[in-house]
Design a protein around this ligand. Sequence first.
Ligand code: CS2
Ligand code: MG
Length: 414
Amino acid sequence: MSISTAEVIVTSPGRNFVTLKVVTSDGVVGWGDATLNGRELAVASYLRDHLASTLIGRDEDRIEDTWQYLYRGAYWRRGPVTMAAIAAVDMALWDIKAKKAGVPLYQLLGGASRDKLRVYAHASGNDYPALARAIRGYVDEGYTAVRIQTGVPGLERVYGVSDTAEPGQRYDYEPAHRGADGGAATRPEEEDWDTPAYLRHVPAIFEKVREEFGPELRLLHDAHHRMSPIEAARLAKSLEPYDLFWLEDVTPGEDQEAFRLVRQHSTTPLATGEVFNSVHDYRTLITERLIDYVRSAPTHTGGVTGMKKLLDFAAIYGIRSGIHGPTDVSPVGMAAALHLDLAIHNFGIQEYMPHSELTLEAFRTSYTFDRGFLHPGETPGLGVELDEEVAARHPYTAAYLPVNRLLDGTVHDW
Ligand code: CS2
Ligand code: MG
C-alpha cells in the first residue's frame, strides 16, 4: 500500500488552522496538524509546494524513514515552519497506522501508563476579584490545576488576560487577533509592557490566591519570556512561598545558559519550550537539569516522532512533560498530545484551553474531559476527523499575535 494523496486544508472555524489530509491507496485517511499561529500560510506552502509531491507513492507504514527523509534529507533542518510541516505528515501517518491496526494511537506507543491525564485550566482577570471568580469557576468544575494570569496596574491590557473572564465566557480568550471588523488583519496589534510594575504586582496576587484557595490547588504562571535572567531569578524567588507547580518561560528560551542564573537563586519549578521545535533546543536545559518541564507540542516539534525523541531524552534526566495546549493547536494536534501523554512514563501535566464550539463543529473529537482530567478515547487512530464541508464554510482570515513594547516604545520580548 502507498500514499495516494496529500492535501492541505486551511480553514478558520473561529480561528485559523492548517490541516493535512493524507489518503492511502486503499482509502485510509490520516489527519495532521501544522498550525503555526500568525504564520499559517508559510507552513501551508511548505507542505503544498515542497512536501506533498514527495509523499505520493511512499509506503505509509515507514513513519521513521519518512520523518528522517523530510528532516535529514531536506538539508535545511529545524525551524518552526519546517518542523510544523513535518509534524503534520508524521501525525497523519501515525493516525493511518493506528486506524489500520484498529487501535487508539496510544496503544502503538506502548499502551497506557496511567488512567487519565491531569490538565490545567487558564484563569485570568484584570483585577483580583475577576481572577478569583475565574479560579472559583474552574475549581467548581473539578480542575485541580489552574494557570493564574493577572492584569498589572498601569497597563491597559496584559497578554494572556481575558477581558471576559467570567465563568462561561472565559473560553473567549484568543491570542491572535483579526482586523477591527472581524476581517483579515493587516498587521499585529501592539501592547505595552512594564517589567518593574509586573514584578511588584504578581507575588501579591499569588499570596491572595493561596490565602483564598488553600494549599492543594496546583498553581501555574506564564511569564511569557519577558524578563532578563536576573529579573527572572527575582520573580522565581519571590514566588517561592506560594509553592507553584511551575513558572513558565521566565526568559527568552533561545538563551539556554540564562536559566543557570535563575536556577541558582530559586527552587520554583521551571517550564519552557513552547516556541522550541527540536530536541536540540533543549540540550543545555535538559543535560544540566535547568528546567523541570518541557513545553513543546507535537504540532511544532515534528509530530509524534519528534516528541518521542524529546520526551525520552528528558526522561533520562527526570524531566517531565507539560505539553503546550492552546487553542492555536488544532484538535488533531491536541489528540496527538493526549496519546503521547497517556503512553509516556514522564508525564507531568497537560495544558487545556478548550476549543470554541465552532472549532469543534469542524473537528469531530473523541477525547473526553471529566472533572479536571482528559482521556484521548478509544477510537482507532488519533480519534479526530475534520468535517471538510464545515471547514470550507470558514475560509482563512489573517490574524496575528500582538507585538509587545516597553512604555518608552522599545520592542520587547514576549
Ligand atoms: C501560551 C500561549 O499556552 C500558553 O502557554 O503561551 O497562549 C501562546 O502564547 C500561544 O500559543 C501563541 O501562539
Ligand atoms: Mg506559554
